[in-house]
Design a protein around this ligand. Sequence first.
Ligand code: ADP
Ligand code: MG
Ligand code: MG
Length: 211
Amino acid sequence: SNTIPLAVLVDWLHRFRDAVVTQRDWLTELDSAIGDADHGANMARGMTAAVEKVEQTAPQTADELFKTVGMTLVSTVGGASGPLYGTFFLRIGATLGVVTDVEPSALAAGLRAGLEGIVARGKAEAGDKTLFDAIAPALDALGAALADGKSPAEATAAAAAAAAAGRDATIDLVARKGRASYLGERSAGHMDPGSASATLLFETLAAAVAG
Ligand code: ADP
Ligand code: MG
Ligand code: MG
């Protein structure tokens, strides 16, 4: 069957933690150009705490797993990314509900609800040069691939590629949300740090699903 076991979702979160820890200096460097040079530290601290909490509490259902991650991010990360990623994971958990195996279409719906949570919180729109610009195209690609009958591995790989393209397209954009918007036109020419971490989120999802 095509269902995604809880263990794969746990593996995804471990891989995302590992990626933001490994890429901490790069994420911080991106944020030093157009922000306050803390995105790498924020994501590494938040995901390290979140995975530790998951290891301590060993959640048995998708809703518990993502609620644990979301609440930990909200409480350990002071920057914009804490509440935004925190809301994202909380909404995923609430949408997936009390399940241990997740249908690919349910995961896509959960991720979509997560993005809606980010928008409800931060009011970002397409082209504002935020993590929205990586996540939205990733979810469009994921939905299209699943509708096309692609496997979860193929569909999440397509999502990761679309996230990376969206991330790269943020370089030319002028920021309209977050700290980078204070720079106005001077924010153009730099990659948005949140779109970079969000691409790691989809690359690690694809890696976890591929096994
Ligand atoms: P802070 O800006 O508070 O220091 P971080 O550096 O951890 O927080 O995160 C910055 C990232 O958060 C930005 O690169 C951008 O992608 C994202 N971001 C900031 N504000 C918003 C918003 N209103 N909506 C969506 N994403 C946002
Ligand atoms: Mg910052
Ligand atoms: Mg900050």
